[in-house]
Design a protein around this ligand. Structure first.
Ligand code: RIB
Ligand code: CA
Length: 325
């Protein structure tokens, strides 16, 4: 099993990421970051989820409470005041670790081979770990992150929440030399919280299945929710579950309308077909003769998730929840 550290801000969809990782990967630890909720709440929620699935052996390390610059904006309108509204849960029996998340990430990566990082919240902890020890960029096998979007955002027109919350941290990460797999909202929009999927969870006959369904009942109450974060973990578990394009991605820091945008160079994949904007099977290279522009762009630096095998994803989630008997 791949060794993974999951940095997250639970968060209903982060909770699914934890449940998938704990069973299908060697989850070395969970680190938390202020995002969907305040740090104290997301840390408590991580402990709640791990207790719910009987994995109190997995440690939880609190990290930064907010972004590099500015104030934290939580997603109370999506995840509720607690960050995990919906299911009735008891307070966790365990306390989080006293070690800081950044210390845990740096120490673990420097002392353990083949660690994969996964981030499903703002990238503040990951950037701080890189600042502390730049060599982790070469030490880790890869960073899989839920964040950004190849075409558009969600929290803002051009920016997705996790990147928008801390663009300076994202810039540091995308310029670190890490092998990056980006699960943006262009991918996660293919992973809706569908009612039939939720009822399948509920009918599994396991406590984890009921818990997952109740998370979705709240998270999907508006009728247009997506299970963003578990897509990143699913890609680590099954490399074939997502079809990618290897593209250049950079982070906008100063745009009035575009701060926090993951600026993705898709130009060489564009077609002349009005029915099909891009062709993932294009044989064109990023540096082929430019499309009339003198600026050829830069070499690809990011594995960008483009197509999700949703039925395979649902099967993975249901099998995982079924096995938490
Ligand atoms: O934009 C979606 C992301 O923001 C997800 O990680 C969700 O949990 C929130 O953190
Ligand atoms: Ca999240």
């Amino acid at each position: 099993m791949k060794k993974v550290i999951l940095d997250c801000d639970p968060g209903h969809d982060d909770a699914f990421a934890i449940m998938l990782a704990a069973q299908n990967l060697d989850l070395l630890g969970v680190t938390t970051i202020g995002g969907n909720g305040y740090l104290e709440n997301v840390t408590r929620n991580a402990l709640v989820v791990l207790e719910k699935i009987g994995r109190t052996d997995i440690p939880v390390y609190p990290g930064h409470s907010g972004p590099t610059l500015g104030e934290l904006i939580i997603c109370e309108n999506v995840h509720g005041v607690s960050g995990l509204d919906g299911p009735v849960v008891s307070e966790p029996k365990r306390k989080p670790e006293t070690k800081h998340a950044v210390d845990f990430i740096v120490e673990t990566v420097m002392n353990t081979d083949h660690v994969t990082l996964c981030a499903t919240g703002p990238l503040t902890n990951i950037a701080a770990a890189l600042n502390r020890e730049p060599r982790i960029a070469q030490r880790v096998d890869a960073l899989y992150l839920m964040g950004g979007g190849a075409y558009a955002g969600n929290w803002r027109v051009a920016a997705e929440y996790n990147i928008y919350e801390d663009p300076e941290a994202a810039y540091k990460v995308f310029h670190s030399g890490m092998e990056i797999y980006m699960v943006g909202v262009n991918l996660t929009r293919q992973c809706p919280v569908r009612k039939d999927f939720v009822e399948q969870m509920r009918c599994l006959g396991t406590e984890a299945g009921v818990f997952a369904a109740e998370l979705c009942d709240f998270f999907g109450r508006g009728g247009d929710a997506h299970l963003h974060d578990p897509c990143a973990i699913a890609w680590i578990i099954d490399p074939d579950i997502i079809k990618e394009a290897y593209l250049h991605v950079d982070i906008e820091l100063t745009g009035t309308l575009t701060r926090g945008m993951t600026v993705t160079d898709l130009r060489f994949l564009q077609t002349n077909d009005p029915e099909k904007d891009i062709d993932l099977n294009s044989t064109k290279r990023w540096d082929d003769p430019p499309v009339g522009s003198p600026f050829r762009g830069e070499a690809p630096n990011t594995h960008v998730g483009m197509r999700l095998d949703y039925p395979k994803f649902c099967e993975l989630v249901l099998n995982t929840l079924r096995n938490y008997n």
